[in-house]
Design a protein. Sequence first.
Length: 310
Amino acid sequence: MSKKPSSAKPASKLVKELSRRGPHKVLRGDLGIVGERGQVFTPADRGRYPAIAFGHGWLTDSSRYRELLYHLATWGIVAVASDEQKGLAASDIGLAANLRTALSIVSNYPLGTGDVRVNPEQVGFVGHGFGASAAVIAASDQQLLGVPAPDVRAVVALFPAPTTDALPAAAATATAPCLLLTGASELDNVDANALSLAADYAGDVSLRTIAKADRASIVAQPSLKTLLGFSGVEHKTHSLVRAITTGYLLYTLTNDPAYAGFADADAEIGKAIPVDLDDAPEDRLDSVSRLLGAKSGGGARQLLAKSPVR
């Protein structure tokens, strides 16, 4: 567990405010102009801002996370998302390297109309599913495909999924504070690894679960509503996830004491319930794992490492 920070106002009192869009108008750009696939959302106002690089889930791209990326930018956080590694043979190390590259691009070039800059000392990684594990790997101290390790201040892993054997080793060298958010039924099974990832992670970890939420809750699903311009996400879960993510980043990236409560690993924030890592529940094996003969503990982790990436 991370140390409990002091806060002028409990995080639970700030959730409603942070679930709404912030004070900044937003500009969107394309990374294609610098030879990378992806997009970037920035506050429109002139200034120096914190930034995150976002990793998408398996077999999807950043367009399905537009609402979250846009939301972060309204709160003064530059959000850049890589659109590499979208195929069946996607690589977690490859996406992690792409996230580092994307973060380096926005940290070293003017954005928006030319007067928006990133503060390179206030950067981090965020990801979802497969991209959450890639975000953790990106935050490690290992060189990845020739891309050096950056100095980051925060990692947010949303509904993380197991990828390859590279993940536990990378997590063991990642020291930036980390927020893990997952569904209450997705702590540790054949396609979810929040509990084991928290155990492997070297830095301070806040692990929270949300009842009745799952990995698909924050991904925009194509439908008639989306064709008409409405959001395709599960509204209640997405609202809570974006509020907690925003508050956590505003504190860890900028050290704004107003949001310190979001880094309190023991605090209940809305319906996001903290998990005590010193008294964590036993590994939960689903029916497929049992059928394959997996056992709780190390045997389960070995099976998870071989499961499809998400």
